[in-house]
Design a protein around this ligand. Sequence first.
Ligand SMILES: NC(=O)c1ccc[n+]([C@@H]2O[C@H](COP(=O)([O-])OP(=O)(O)OC[C@H]3O[C@@H](n4cnc5c(N)ncnc54)[C@H](OP(=O)(O)O)[C@@H]3O)[C@@H](O)[C@H]2O)c1
Length: 312
Amino acid sequence: MKALPFGGAFLSYFWQMKILVTGANGFVGNYLVRQLLQNGQPVVATSKGDCRLEFDLKDNFEYVSLDFTDIEQVKKVFKEHRPQMVVHAGAMGRPDECEEKRELAFKINVTGTENLLHAAASLHSHFIFLSTDFVFAGDKLMYKEEDKTGPVNYYGTTKLLAEEQVLQYPFDKTIIRTILVYGKPLTGRNNILTIVKEKLENGETYHVYDDQVRTPTYVEDLCAGIIASIEKRATGIFHIGGKDVLTPFDMAYKVAEYLKLDKSLLRKVTRENFSQPALRPLLTGLDISKARNELGFNPISFEEGLKKTFHC
Ligand SMILES: NC(=O)c1ccc[n+]([C@@H]2O[C@H](COP(=O)([O-])OP(=O)(O)OC[C@H]3O[C@@H](n4cnc5c(N)ncnc54)[C@H](OP(=O)(O)O)[C@@H]3O)[C@@H](O)[C@H]2O)c1
């Protein structure tokens, strides 16, 4: 991390930077844009489709439809808006979809990232890339930033290839790896908590893995971690995750218990008896000591996240 030469004054200078966010219509992107705007930060929000962000915070906010797999569109938007910082949150993030549509997954997750890096380099912008615990093989708990990678599915492979491109970027760059993000989806993809609620409320059974281990991340904590990295102008790789170690079955069970839904509809499954198109890493979990020490990152517990998901 770079030292800030003029302390607070320099910090406030950076806080006035124009930040371009990709994947703004996504689950994480929506919360991130919201939190940046609440902090008074100018944002150019971009996503492939039309704007699906709904809030009153219109000052400092612009929305641009941008397909980042199209280099000409990317160049045009960067030339017009000249962001000093880019947070690349857009992706094809569903592992099964990536496995089944490999060519498209490569185009979105790898070529798209290369296009953005190319345009960002022309402005010397700071580039922040959102990555995943799925870059790891799943053979140990609580991975550290410097641990050996080795993805077991195509989603993880594309995210690792993109990470490698980001690491080659000649200007400031930050890679934020996160893990099983949950919360109330305002737009973008669903997550295990909201899927369990929907299934059990409809009286449907739900098969959920009990042989995988994760440290689930509350979405607003992830955004606070990203914003802390921006404020501190941190560079390098950071792991941002939750503090509780749980299996997906544990999470589903806690949701059912909390919402007083029928727990008997939950079916414990393992890699041996239930398969999906993309193999999942078994044991991950992210060691967040570096983010705690260098960014002041301090996530809430899963119990607190559960309450926020269903009551905020
Ligand atoms: N959610 C998790 O559990 C999790 C875990 C680890 C890492 N991550 C990473 O965190 C980031 C955000 O994930 P998320 O959960 O917010 O994903 P998400 O809800 O699926 O949102 C992804 C967004 O990417 C946009 N996008 C896709 N292709 C695009 C293209 N060609 N051009 C421009 N935009 C495009 C989509 O925009 P439109 O909707 O406008 O089409 C979509 O809203 C991703 O990098 C993901 O790999 C997520």
